[in-house]
Design a protein around this ligand. Structure first.
Ligand code: PLP
Length: 387
């Protein structure tokens, strides 16, 4: 997975569809990221934080009992064991360090379910930066615990009160804030989406997942690689991170898994939202529609532009799973391996479980993007009659 072209596009997707006033800020960010990413001092500083603060490298776990149950060899990349419980820490540490290097003292971020807001608040606390998180008013009511976590970490949480008062409105508010405060503020965007350079930069900050995983697979598989690499797709950052370690290997199949109720690649059409051109869920009037799934972390109506590109090239394929399949996978991994997954990566597991006959005898690497602690309250209700 290479760089986008000079206009920030992956094929026909991506780009920079923003008001004139934001262009200089995006150009400055692009220049600063390029210089930081090429600077061994910056890379060292980030690698040290990833190791000593976030707990990297994350292990690769072979699932013996699950493999016996499904008839294929299942390996998990354990992003759930990172500090704060998911892959998101890779991106926020990278962006917070970059912001500091650019002389910024304040971070703004958007959050839907609250996980990216908590991760950004964590990085801001670590580096002594001010932090303001925009969160849809509706989401704030649904995710009280994460609102409290952010405040505990010293961040301010501001409700987005426009539109549907959910994630897509929080993104708009964060961008509006950034336009007015760019002098001292960095917009810490949470996935491989938005205007260039974000989709590329965020993927580069998550590349560590794929680099580690490919070396760990070679060590485990006598120099070989898995047949299939799969990850859940909301905006697509954890998937882009793990895919980046395998995309140049033509024999490795890449499978992104979306919720059936938020399948931007599966059911969307190309459109423009949040500064990028990509596949999007739209209604009959071309309005961006709401995504709905059991997992709040995957409720994004769009998808990162590089995934749209990989889909149009046929390099990756995108499958959809239902909430019911996700619940079964959540229980299955808990019972066979003693690992309670977050509902997001349970989507990837649900696809593996459904595709077990296609996968028979093959090796599948699943990106375990996060742990299930945050979801057990919700699942206690869902599983009330079953357990
Ligand atoms: C936020 C989140 C996701 C969805 O984000 P992507 O950008 O699609 O990776 C997936 N898994 C977990 C555990 C998350 O917290």
């Amino acid at each position: 997975m290479g760089e986008p072209d000079e206009t920030g596009r992956f094929g026909e997707f991506g780009g920079r569809f923003v008001p004139e006033t934001l262009i200089p800020a995006l150009q400055e960010l692009d220049r600063s990221f390029r210089s930081a990413w090429a600077d061994p001092v910056f890379r060292d500083e980030l690698d040290t934080l990833l190791a000593d603060y976030a707990g990297r490298p994350s292990p690769l776990t072979e699932c013996h009992r699950l493999s016996a149950e499904l008839g294929c060899r299942v390996l998990l990349k354990r992003e759930d064991l990172n500090h704060t419980g998911s892959h998101k820490i890779n991106n926020v540490l990278g962006q917070a360090l970059l912001a500091r290097r650019m002389g910024k003292t304040r971070l703004v971020a958007e959050t839907g379910a609250g996980q990216h807001g908590v991760a950004t608040a964590t990085a801001a606390a670590l580096l002594g930066m001010e932090c303001l998180v925009y969160m849809g008013e509706v989401d704030m009511g649904r995710q009280e615990l994460n609102v409290f976590r952010m405040r505990l970490l010293g961040a301010e949480v501001t409700p987005a009160v426009s539109g549907s008062r959910t994630l897509k409105d929080a993104v708009n508010e964060a961008m509006r804030d950034w336009v007015a405060t760019v002098e001292d503020t960095h917009y810490c965007l949470g996935s491989v989406m938005g205007p260039h350079p974000y989709p590329w930069m965020v993927r580069e900050f998550h590349r560590v997942i794929g680099s580690e995983a490919s070396a760990q697979c070679r060590a485990l598989l006598d120099g070989g690689l898995p047949d299939v690499v799969t990850a859940c797709v909301g905006g697509g950052s954890n998937a882009a991170g793990i895919f980046s370690g395998f995309a140049e290997e033509p024999d490795v199949e890449l499978v992104g898994v979306e919720p059936a109720g938020g399948a931007a690649v599966g059911h969307g059409v190309p459109g423009i939202v949040h500064g990028m051109k990509s596949y999007l869920m739209q209604d009959e009037f071309g309005q961006v529609s709401e995504a709905h799934s059991i997992s709040a972390g995957l409720d994004y109506p769009g998808v990162g532009p590089e995934h749209s590109h990989l889909a149009s090239l046929g390099r990756a394929r995108y499958e959809q799973v239902t909430d019911e399949e996700v619940v079964d996978a959540f229980v299955l991994l808990s019972r066979t391996e003693g690992i309670i997954p977050a509902l997001e990566p349970a989507h990837a597991l649900a696809w593996v479980s459904r595709a077990r006959s296609e996968l028979e005898g093959r090796t599948v690497l699943v990106n375990m993007s996060g742990r299930g602690d945050k979801d057990v309250g919700q699942m206690m209700d869902v599983l009330r009659d079953r357990l």
